[in-house]
Design a protein around this ligand. Structure first.
Ligand code: AGP
Length: 578
């Protein structure tokens, strides 16, 4: 996924880019690197792991490019860290995305005597530019010729020791320009330059160009103008405040963020509900937590007499033959940059479907490509784990489903109020439970109806933050295989409400009979529960509340096991590769 950033201006870009990469680290923290230009000399600094605990070189430079990595090709080593250079170190490049035809290009370059220093796909870029410059092309012409050879997704920054400027190109990966006073930024995301300017220019697929003493943008060989816009967020909201981690801060923001998610223009919800009503088929598409929210909401749409189909973004292609002008798509993505969702939306629009986007980044690719956008209003979510964006998504999808059956949203507002109490209550109990089960090999989560999907989300949170294998599934499925994994002490989280308690607690008794440690998330106690997590009964809104204690459990399990709740290993906040 990676994050890239370039600075050109009158100030010292070295600390500016180093600090900016820290703000991009949620996109990948396997390694990082910078190319610092001084006259015609380039100094490259690289590091393994998270940049947040490092210092920049004490080198003054007004032209710097940098990168923070999520490894796709080649292991986590300094050699594979970006920036990558050509053989005489006069050309440097950083890249976010995947060059799909890199192996073929690498073989061709090696045949021409080029020697590679890394296992990455990206390294073909500086060598290819060098290859074309050796044929007499200027750096600009060689950069352009290189782009014409690349297949796949990319956001690229490239520089030459003896040529002015930073050259950039975008195809499928996000890239945005920041316009400052006598300085320019080009980056994967806005937070990297937000402390310096709020004036930005979004680049589109196919855009390439250069920052010199001005910005020049081309697309399909035509010089183009892209209108500047203004960033919505300020730096303060992207800080931890008094919290030790973004995760616990964002979990505790939910009483407010659920309210903000519900605070949508009435007309927008009414018109969107009408679009759904009139659609012959409605698909809800998302990845990870966004998918789990979609799958949970299908139960509310069914209650409104509207069949909806939840589809994983990476498996959406199966549905494309069934999409036409009468189809409505609800595409959910916190970041608005998840590649599989962008692809699903592109394919749906080509088939004439109406696409509604639920997204938390107003300036993201998704928000700018859909027909109707409903903002999550959660504020920046900087922890890699999606928490507040999940309950915001659920609140919005439930609001749409309720609108289809003329039900008001009072129970959802009640959920926002009750969330404060639930979080307060279980901030006391979850550390104790985490201590009890921190050494578990496996954890299971079960539920019925909408709570079967809440169980999926609970397992995802526990897996990605504590590295304990966890599986969430419909309670009725347990007896068809997974119950074989239940041993003495195996924790099983059971989500139940008035509608599902009878069956779900008998499933709980079945695993208890095999020695499981049963944790009940329920408004009522039950003899089946060895540990009861009490939540208020809130009818249709129960799933919003049931998620809160397990988010806390995940957090305290991470602390118990010495894991970083904000930057779990091998993950990144937005998945911009397929
Ligand atoms: C959830 O905690 C994960 N970070 C991940 O599953 C995430 O939900 C998924 O990558 C989708 O991200 P998006 O909502 O930004 O598209």
């Amino acid at each position: 996924m990676c994050g890239i950033l370039g600075y050109l201006g009158l100030r010292n870009g070295t600390p500016i880019v180093h600090e900016g990469l820290k703000a991009l680290a949620y996109r990948g923290y396997d390694s990082w690197g910078m190319a610092v230009h001084q006259d015609s000399h380039i100094t490259v600094q690289k590091g393994i792991g998270d940049i947040s605990k490092t210092e920049p070189l004490a080198l003054h430079s007004n032209r710097v490019i940098g990168h923070t990595r999520w490894a796709t090709h080649g292991s986590v080593t300094e050699a594979n860290a970006h920036p990558h250079a050509n053989m005489d170190k006069t050309i440097c490049a950083v890249h976010n995305g995947i060059i799909e035809n890199y192996a073929e290009l690498k073989a061709e370059l090696q045949k021409n005597g080029f020697v590679f220093a890394s296992q990455t796909d990206t390294e073909v870029i500086p060598h290819l530019i060098d290859f074309y410059m050796r044929q007499g092309k200027t750096f600009e012409q060689a950069f352009k010729a290189t782009l014409e050879r690349l297949e796949g997704s990319y956001a690229i920054l490239a520089t030459h020791a003896n040529e002015a400027g930073i050259f950039f190109a975008k195809n499928g990966s996000p890239l945005v320009l920041g316009l400052g006073q006598n300085e320019y930024f080009v980056s994967s995301d806005i937070p990297s330059f937000l402390p310096h300017t709020k004036t930005l220019v979004h680049l589109e697929d196919g855009d390439y160009g250069a920052i010199t003493n001005t910005v020049t943008i081309y697309n399909k060989d035509k010089k183009i103008d892209r209108q500047p816009s203004t960033a919505h967020w300020d730096v303060e909201v992207a800080k931890k405040g008094n919290y030790p981690h973004f995760m616990i801060k964002e979990v505790n923001e939910q009483p407010l963020t659920i309210r903000k998610a519900l605070n949508q223009p009435k007309e927008l919800i009414k018109q969107t509900a009408l679009l759904l009503q009139n659609a012959s088929t409605v698909f809800l598409v998302g990845c990870g937590t966004s998918y789990n929210a979609c799958a949970t909401a299908t139960y509310q749409f069914s209650k409104s007499g509207k069949q909806t189909i939840a589809v994983l973004g990476s498996e959406f292609s199966q549905q494309i033959p069934f999409i036409d002008k009468k189809t409505a798509i609800i595409a959910v993505s916190q970041s608005g940059e998840t590649a599989d969702i962008i692809d699903a939306v592109k394919a749906s629009k080509e088939k004439g479907a109406v696409v509604i986007g639920i997204c938390n980044v107003p300036s993201s690719t998704l928000a700018r490509m859909v027909d109707v956008v409903i903002p999550m209003n959660s504020g920046p979510e900087l922890c890699v784990l999606a928490t507040k964006s999940c309950t915001s998504t659920l609140a919005i999808l439930y609001m749409l489903a309720f609108a289809l059956r003329g039900k008001d949203t009072s129970v959802l507002t009640e959920a926002a109020d009750a969330a404060l109490h639930v979080l307060k209550q279980h901030q006391q109990t979850m550390p104790e439970l985490a201590k009890k089960i921190a050494n578990a090999q496996n954890i299971f989560a079960i539920g019925r109806g909408a709570l079967s999907q809440v169980a999926r989300e609970a397992a995802l949170k526990i897996k990605e933050v504590s590295y304990i294998h966890a599986e969430g599934m419909p309670a009725g499925e347990l007896k068809h295989g997974s119950i074989a994994l239940i041993e003495q002490g195996t924790p099983v989280i059971v989500f139940a409400d008035d509608e599902t308690r009878a069956f779900s607690t008998s499933n709980a008794m079945e695993v208890k009979a095999r020695g499981a440690f049963v944790i009940g998330v329920d408004s009522k106690p039950s003899p089946a529960y060895d540990f009861h997590i009490q939540i208020p009964a809130l009818d249709d809104a129960t799933p919003l509340l049931a998620l809160l204690p397990v988010q806390l459990l995940g957090y305290y399990l991470a602390l118990e096991r010495g894991c970083d709740p904000d930057k779990p290993r091998n993950l990144a906040k937005s998945v911009t590769v397929r």
